[in-house]
Design a protein around this ligand. Structure first.
Ligand code: MRU
Length: 353
């Protein structure tokens, strides 16, 4: 379960009309402030500014975005198109949008009943997301117990994969938290995750609230940590997993996978089946979001860390080849090795829990 004072995302129906309320992640950890979204351009802006971010919650936000457009009488198909295109890499966004649109169309494609169907579908996805988080946490903790018998292990994680990327407990962070609650986590190493510091700002915030033993480090410190024998396993999330098992996740993930392999440490990906994209054949076909250079050349707006005019390379994600992934933990089971056969099989399982 998520334990946030302010939920990551919620639907509300004040007298002025339905709204989507988002915990503004750009303001964390300093302030817990909700952003009120009343229309689709507002939601697209919140997604692009990373006020709401992380693969699973993007799916839920996309579905509610369609419901919002329908409830407020906007053009639902146009809304769906702009939501699905707001960020290109996380497949969950398009998945959530498509589910709500399908429900809307199946209920007639116009009017109150169709709007109610889109909202019901968004709510169903919301509920599933919570359940899936709990299931991944349990399965992931079980897997770590097998890989690292004896417990008291040290995990390294990258970016943010907890309650903030989810309406439930999250993915990789939820596994670390389950391990902590079971007394099995000795330390969580938190990569700060340049340039937008999702690790330092968000994962550390979640870990602190949970009372977990954690340490923030600059991304470049990971190699020396492995060399010192301080990492027992890496746990990360994913934004899209291609049919061959290649994993797109926050920039820097691939480097950790190479380090893990070099040092003989398990590299575990935790993601719901909705992040698996069997329609994308291989990692090279995954579209990687390129973000503005100022995110690299400034620490914050107006705080430069590079000369004026410096060019910056700022891909938001990288792709880890499947041979570097020890296992994928989904809500429907663990896939190892991570290959097309294993992914197709886990995707074909029913959500029977
Ligand atoms: O750019 P962001 O902050 O949306 O990137 C998020 C990540 O890369 C997460 O690791 C990923 O979404 C997995 S969380 C389930």
């Amino acid at each position: 379960m998520a334990d946030l004072r302010v939920p990551t995302l919620r639907w509300a129906e004040p007298p002025e009309g339905p709204v989507l309320l988002l915990l503004d992640q750009t303001r964390l950890p300093s302030e817990e402030v909700e952003l009120t979204v009343t229309d689709v351009p507002g939601l697209v802006a919140a997604i692009q500014s990373l006020a709401v971010r992380g693969a699973p919650v993007l799916g839920v936000a996309g579905a509610y975005g369609v419901a919002l457009a329908a409830a407020r009488g906007f053009d639902v198909r146009e809304a769906a198109r702009s939501l699905a295109e707001a960020r290109p890499t996380a497949v969950n966004l398009g998945y959530g949008v498509a589910r709500a649109v399908a429900a809307y169309e199946a209920a007639g494609g116009a009017g109150e009943a169709a709007a109610a169907a889109a909202l019901a579908e968004a709510r169903a996805l919301h509920r599933e997301e919570v359940e899936d988080s709990e299931r991944m946490a349990a399965l992931g903790r079980g897997l770590l117990g097998e890989l690292l018998p004896g417990g008291r292990y040290r995990l390294l994680t990258h970016c943010n994969t907890g309650a903030l990327v989810s309406v439930g407990g999250g993915t990789a962070f939820a596994v670390a938290r389950a391990a902590h609650r079971a007394g099995e986590l000795r330390r969580l190493w938190v990569d700060e995750t340049r340039p937008l510091l999702q690790g330092a700002r968000l994962t550390a915030w979640e870990a602190a609230r949970e009372g977990m033993p954690y340490t923030v480090q600059v991304d470049g410190a990971a190699g020396s940590l492995f060399a010192a024998g301080e990492v027992d396993a890496v746990v990360v999330g994913a934004d899209r997993i291609a049919a061959d098992g290649a994993v797109a996740n926050k920039i820097g993930t691939y480097g950790l996978a190479v380090l893990a392999r070099h040092h003989g440490v398990p590299f575990v990906v935790v993601a719901p089946v909705s992040t698996v994209d069997l329609g994308t054949p291989e990692g090279a076909a995954i579209r990687i979001e390129q973000r503005p250079g100022h995110e690299v050349t400034e620490l914050a707006p107006g705080v430069p860390v590079a000369p004026v005019g410096a060019q910056a390379y700022n891909p938001a994600f990288d792709v880890t080849p499947p041979e570097l992934v020890t296992a994928l933990v989904t809500e429907r089971g663990v896939v190892a090795p991570v290959d097309h056969g294993g992914l197709a099989e886990v995707c074909s399982r029913s959500r029977s829990y």
